[in-house]
Write a protein that binds this ligand. Sequence first.
Ligand code: NDP
Length: 276
Amino acid sequence: TSSVRLGVFGNPVAHSLSPTIHSLFAELRDERILYERMLATPANFPKAVAQFFRDGGTGANVTLPFKEQAAQLANTLTERARVAGAVNTLMKVSSGFVVGDNTDGEGFVKDLSRKGFHVSGCSLVLLGSGGSARGVLSALLSLNPAKVYLVNRTLEKAQALKQLLVDLSVPGAENIQVVSNADSINEKVDAVVNATSSSLHNIDIPLPQNFADDAWGYDLMYSDNATHFLKQLERAGIKSRADGLGMLIEQAASSYQLWMGGERPDTTFVMSKIRV
Ligand code: NDP
């Protein structure tokens, strides 16, 4: 039997961990895949996607900066991709249509649950209103938090994101509190999630004033060492902290299952292989 052709579009894409993660899933399930890194530019991305599927590709991940462009060019979107306004998973279906899905929110929720980070009934702060914040926000709302503060330096983007979820009738969206600076939040908060690129730029980002004793913090960015944001949380006395590597592996498992069918791959083994 020949290998199933998969891959990831991004720019840059050279350091993507996705080929390693998916190859480990395939190894675990005794399946044959060929998962390639595919460098694209905004100008040639639509052609590159069309060519990939014409050449027999089965499915592809999409990462920075193409997630929103991928949502435009898919023939049809799943509900969660529409809500996120972004696609991280493309899949060719039997009709020849290319379906766009988004597994980032599911990956995030799975990783929170693995880590025992609670959301239900909690007061949460989400930093950022870019592409990844969109997917993560609706996933958080689905877990019934008591309160959500959406923080973005450019306030209009946070307001627009809230309005989008309200217009899509996402439960809980009406109660989102939009603010431009987290240090204006006086209430005691249970969790803070960083969906900005502050760690990428190695800069501090304002935090809420007041944390519960058992508060947790999560940075969507990941790296071999603690990210800048995780160091900031440590200084603020927050003991439960995690970076986005778990989310990356969980979103990959969801994509793998969409393409290959069967059970969701076991992520525990992959976690232990990737983070040594
Ligand atoms: P975007 O470029 O779409 O959004 C960037 C966000 O960061 C905006 O809200 C922007 O605010 C904010 N921001 C940037 N610089 C600053 C600053 N100096 N101070 C305050 N806010 C700032 O990026 P994405 O949403 O796609 O990605 C964000 C991060 O999430 C990246 O680091 C990426 O690596 C990570 N990520 C991880 C994933 C995983 O699987 N673990 C999946 C997806 C993303 P403004 O609107 O004001 O410009």
